[in-house]
Write a protein that binds this ligand. Structure first.
Ligand code: FAD
Length: 303
């Protein structure tokens, strides 16, 4: 029997899968309702943590704060607040970090952020600000005993000149006190495995958690991918071909594609995954079910 090809059948031979979920802060009342319905639906799955993104240039500072605070106040989940260096002095960023500490938040996802003019333009650190994710990580660790997650790029960050520079940057983040790296989303597992080998060969020991994006909308994901340097393989495009006006089939295909990717990585020994939810629960809930993550089992395990 082929133990490595078990779509939908995580077996005793496969290490147990655990999940974390990413949300973004809602912009209006309708989005707020969708987000909270999703948080409530996914909460019984007992994710390791749930993270809330920080808008470009700090544009969601208040909304991110409000969302993580509400997660603390109204759920049993452990929130992680994303934070970037963009458009703010160190003092301003430090104030946000202290506010998080006072609100009971103990986990920050520390990022440089994209240039205010958009990804692909040259990044200029704010005068008097943190220059990048590594400096921000060090700053956070000086303020409090936070858990700090950072970013990692299985296809290299577009700003890094070569692989050595890219991995050195990750090493600097580990040395500054990061405790986990979460990757940019990707679709080619062989590339991820190659990346992991590079990282380990360079002496980086941080857990590298794959970021998985269930493809809610292929065209949108293709656009994001072009902006952040993620390869969209032909086989993926082919799977969503002809489904632009068929949302129901698209969802079924998306759940199967994401489950296939996670199970293949799991067969290669990866156990922790970070799911980009897009604030929707249906697809991620179905995906978790396929992967063997069940509400009652998670509750039993935690009891
Ligand atoms: P860093 O790791 O600090 O640096 C990235 C690259 O920039 C390095 O590889 C290096 O090439 C170059 N670089 C860094 N410092 C220097 C230096 N001093 N000199 C020369 N080159 C340097 N963006 C948001 O706005 N909000 C979010 O909530 C958010 N969440 C994210 C979550 C994850 C898991 C990931 C993977 C990305 C997220 N992003 C978010 C996107 C991220 O902000 C961008 O990818 C950004 O361009 C890089 O941020 P970073 O923290 O990865 O940068």
């Amino acid at each position: 029997m082929n133990e490595t090809n078990t779509l939908g059948r995580p077996s005793a031979g496969h290490p147990k899968i655990s999940a974390s979920f990413e949300f973004f802060p809602p912009k209006n009342q309708a989005m707020e309702e969708t987000l909270w319905a999703s948080v409530k639906r996914l909460e019984p799955l007992k994710p390791r943590f749930v993270s809330v993104t920080y808008g470009a240039g700090g544009s969601t500072r208040e909304r991110t704060h409000r969302t993580v605070k509400r997660i603390i106040d109204e759920t049993s989940l452990k929130p992680a607040a994303h934070l970037t260096c963009v458009g703010a002095t160190k003092d301003e960023v430090n104030e946000v970090i202290r506010d998080y500490w006072e609100a009971g938040i103990r986990h920050i996802v520390a990022l440089r952020g994209d240039p205010p003019a958009g990804a692909g333009t040259a990044y200029e650190p704010h005068p008097g600000g943190y220059a990048n994710g590594a400096e921000l990580t060090a700053g956070i660790r000086e303020i409090g005993d936070f858990e700090v997650s950072v970013s990692a790029y299985p296809e290299r960050h577009p700003d890094s000149a070569d692989w050595d520079e890219d991995i050195d940057n990750l090493k600097r983040k580990e040395d500054a006190g990061a405790t986990r790296a979460i990757t940019q989303f990707f679709f080619e597992n062989d590339m991820f495995e190659e990346y992991l080998n590079r990282v380990r060969n360079a002496g980086v020991t941080l857990p590298i958690v794959p970021g998985i994006v269930p493809v809610h909308n292929f065209k949108q994901v293709a656009r994001f991918s072009a902006a952040c340097g993620t390869t969209v393989p032909d086989w993926l495009e082919r799977r969503f071909e002809g489904l632009d006006d068929d949302a129901e089939t698209r969802r079924l295909v998306a759940a199967a594609v994401a489950a296939e990717q996670v199970l293949d990585l799991n067969a290669r020994g990866i156990t922790d995954f970070h799911f980009y939810t897009m604030n929707r629960s249906e697809l991620v809930y179905a995906l978790c079910h396929l992967l063997g993550i069940r509400a009652d089992e998670a509750v039993e395990a935690a009891a």
